[in-house]
Design a protein around this ligand. Structure first.
Ligand code: HEC
Length: 196
């Protein structure tokens, strides 16, 4: 266990770099600094993070302002008790932190070998990875835009304000769609706005 290991990895690495500097000092060689290794361990692909974290938590947020009208009357799914509200707020926490997971470098777009089921509409994961390499800041921009909207949602939840929650939920859907239009099905974006 970690008791055997008195220094965290980063500290060990720093020590080794320092020792290397002392021992290698007489050579006077300017070695390029090694890129710091990331402590993150991205396991799932972007597609899997979407399915397992982003979608389920967004669904909880959307369902909080949903109601069902049928012959039996109106069934409303809005949170009533403090516990109900807390569950919705936790979904917002999940979503926000799932978004941070989408900023971890080196995460693949989909499991190896995955190809698009409708290539006439959607790019293949390999093509998406190419765009991501070229436009990492555009990706970050969409992720942060979604997080800003999630924070508006959290604010509405803390105030138990269903109207504000409903509005921010609609904005959330738009941000999901904007990122998908840019990275996943850009050909559809051209159909929607042909002037671009
Ligand atoms: C920063 C960009 C971005 C944002 C924001 C985003 N997505 Fe995605 N999403 C992607 C990309 C890229 C893929 C395509 C991955 C692939 O090839 O399947 C994807 C795929 C998906 C998929 C399909 C996953 C699969 O199994 O292939 C779903 C469902 C989805 N997103 C839902 C959402 C929802 C809901 C939101 C908003 C709450 C959202 N996404 C926000 C980029 C984004």
């Amino acid at each position: 266990m970690s008791a055997m290991n008195p220094l965290p990895n980063a500290a060990q690495a720093a020590l080794l770099v320092m020792l290397g500097g002392i021992l290698g000092g007489c050579h006077n060689e300017a070695k390029p600094a090694a890129a710091p290794a990331s402590d993150f361990r991205p396991r799932a692909s972007i597609a899997e993070v979407m399915e397992s974290v982003v979608v389920p938590s967004a669904d909880v947020l959307w369902n909080a302002t949903a109601y069902d009208i049928s012959a039996e009357g109106v069934k409303d799914f809005s949170p009533k008790t403090d516990e109900d509200w807390e569950k919705v707020e936790w979904a917002g926490v999940n979503l926000a932190e799932g978004l941070n997971a989408l900023l971890i470098p080196g995460r693949r777009v989909a499991p190896p070998g995955t190809v698009s089921e409708s290539p006439e509409h959607e790019l293949n994961p390999a093509q998406i990875e190419e765009i991501l390499k070229k436009e990492p800041q555009v990706w970050v921009g969409f992720v942060h835009a979604l997080d800003d909207t999630v924070q508006e949602i959290q604010e509405a939840i803390r105030k138990h304000d269903l109207k504000a929650l409903n509005e921010a939920g609609g904005a959330l859907d738009e941000v999901c769609e904007n990122c998908h239009l840019h990275f996943w099905y850009p050909n559809d974006a051209k159909i929607i706005s042909p002037q671009k």
